[in-house]
Design a protein around this ligand. Structure first.
Ligand code: SF4
Length: 443
């Protein structure tokens, strides 16, 4: 049986992976290239014998993180320690040796197996690379590995296309196990599989962990999958860690607002379940130019409003949405929709435009704060005059959330629990308890 210990087997400090988008020398020379910040300053720890779930929507940088940790791709900055050895600094020769201990299971069992090789050769390849077995011993080991993952030793001569998705993932697992590793990064290993097969693969991974004392980093976009298998969970958003803690801590309040939205999306079998699903607007923003301050502020339902206003949380969120949209919009027409076909929004009366904008952003006829209403109304005046930039400037200077100004630190909210959100900064907690409670969902 495996033993979970408090000892780190992997330690990740300040890990960054940026991609350069310049298309050539001229772009670089003119400073036109921009960086895609796929992973940005990530600290994590994997303890011996545990499973650390890493979860987030697609585009959050989970796969890049997994690959950078094992140096399948070269990190831009930061350090990764495997036990006491700095993985990010070892020579290529040493890295090749260490890769015996550090394996990766790929997301797509259909694409990750070479279709021209037999199953025996696929599993035997790492044995050959690390010079671990040959001849009869190699054949025996391959048969043994196939049986360990629930397949049959007689499958050795078959090709990947002869197997189902679940069986192919088992072959991928057997290949990773061939070298007797200590750590396996499992990159969405069940997301391409049917639900019934997912459970079998998760159970297999758990059994193998117990039998061989493996430590896993388990990447998934679905929180319900990581709950089943993880001891601890890290929630990732746009290249950063939003929340990390034991599985119990992450699944119980308090939550990072992003985690809260992911949790609300898990279907509940109970028909009497009454909690509302939180639908986040839009998709994950581009990592080329991530939002300022807290990167989640462009979508966060609990974004903090400045002290100057007493708006409801829904009004505040809607005003920020309008502000962000006017920053990107090329025409007033793109800010709202009208059923009156072929009618230009700019040709409508001021009152009609006001009505359409408020309906589009779920704003009442007058927002609950007089001062905020004045700014909003004057911004709609400017939109009616066709002056989008001017409208945006008014909204932008009057409505600035503390969440936009600087990135939050990770605040401690439990023994192993950290949440990167100002709602959990001591000052904010005091502030909230002094009467701004509607910005905070009661946990
Ligand atoms: S810091 Fe602000 S925007 Fe970011 S998650 Fe917390 S409340 Fe939302």
């Amino acid at each position: 049986m495996s033993e979970r210990t408090e000892e780190s087997i992997l330690r990740v400090e300040g890990l960054k992976k940026y991609y350069d988008t310049s298309s050539g020398f001229i772009d670089s020379l003119l400073g036109r290239g921009r960086s895609v910040k796929a992973v940005d300053d990530v600290d994590l720890e994997l303890r011996e014998g545990e499973t650390l779930g890493v979860v987030g929507e697609s585009g959050c940088g989970k796969t890049t993180l997994g690959r950078s940790i094992l140096r399948l791709i070269k990190p831009t900055d930061g350090t990764v320690y495997y036990r006491d050895e700095e993985l990010t600094a070892v020579s290529n020769v040493r890295l090749r040796r260490l890769k015996k201990d550090l394996q990766y299971i790929f997301q797509d069992p259909f694409a990750s197996l070479n279709p021209r090789l037999t199953v025996g050769d696929i599993i035997g390849e790492p044995l050959d690379v690390h010079d671990l077995a040959d001849g009869e011993e190699r054949t025996e080991r391959i048969g043994e590995l196939l049986e360990t993952v629930g397949l049959n030793a007689s499958h050795t001569r078959r090709y990947p296309h002869e197997f189902s998705g679940g069986q192919r993932q088992r072959i991928g697992i057997a290949r990773a196990l061939a070298v007797d590793p200590e750590v396996i990064v499992c990159d969405e290993p069940v997301s391409a599989l049917d639900v019934s097969v997912q459970a079998q693969i998760l159970n297999l991974l758990e059994d193998l962990q117990d039998e061989f004392g493996l430590s896993y980093i388990f990447i998934a976009h679905d929180l319900s999958v990581v709950e089943h298998i993880s001891d601890r969970v890290a929630v990732m958003y746009l290249g950063e860690i939003a929340e990390v803690g034991t599985t119990e801590e992450v699944f119980s309040p308090p939550h990072h607002p992003y985690t809260e939205a992911l949790l609300s999306a898990i279907p509940e079998p109970d028909p009497l379940w009454e909690d509302e699903q939180i639908t986040l607007p839009g998709t994950v923003p581009s990592p080329i130019d991530p939002p300022s301050g807290c990167r989640f502020h462009t979508r966060c339902p609990r974004i903090i409003q400045p002290d100057d206003y007493e708006l409801t949380q829904a009004e505040w969120r809607s005003i920020v949405d309008l502000k962000l949209q006017t920053g990107d919009a090329e025409s007033v027409g793109s800010l709202a929709t009208t059923e009156e076909e072929s009618v230009e929004l700019s040709s409508l009366t001021r009152d009609r435009l006001d009505e359409l904008i408020r309906s589009e952003y779920s704003l009442p006829r007058r927002v609950s704060d007089e001062q905020a209403e004045e700014v909003l109304s004057s911004a709609i005046d400017r939109l009616h005059a066709g002056e989008i930039a001017d409208a945006n400037e008014r909204l932008d200077s009057a409505f600035v959330s503390p969440c936009e100004r600087r990135p939050p630190d990770q605040y401690r909210t439990g023994d192993a629990h950290r949440i990167a959100c100002f709602l959990y900064e001591e000052e904010n907690d005091e502030h909230d308890s002094a009467g701004r409670a509607d910005a905070v969902v009661e946990d």
